[in-house]
Design a protein around this ligand. Structure first.
Ligand code: ZN
Length: 86
């Protein structure tokens, strides 16, 4: 989905790919200048694939998580912890 748009990391303000428990996976991408995050998710709870967008909010430096999102299929809450290199 994201690949097909021929986006590269250079076009992004933020990009992350994380493995979640139960073979879940999440990829999040914010295009330069945009205030929405594109999310590709394989839910660790229901195992279903979703592609969706949500508002991209800034967080304080003290915040432990960069963002939180909910699986659109089952409502499972996923928290993405900050990484230093991001
Ligand atoms: Zn789910």
């Amino acid at each position: 989905m994201i690949k097909s748009r021929k986006l590269t990391i250079k076009d992004c303000d933020y990009h992350t790919l994380r493995n979640l428990e139960n073979n879940g996976k999440i990829r999040a991408l914010v295009l330069k200048g945009e205030k929405i995050v594109h999310i590709e998710l394989i839910c660790p709870n229901c195992g279903k694939y979703s592609y969706y967008t949500q508002e991209w909010k800034s967080v304080s430096k003290a915040a432990k998580y960069r963002f939180k999102t909910k699986c659109p299929k089952c409502g499972f809450l996923i928290k993405i912890a900050k990484l230093r290199k991001e």
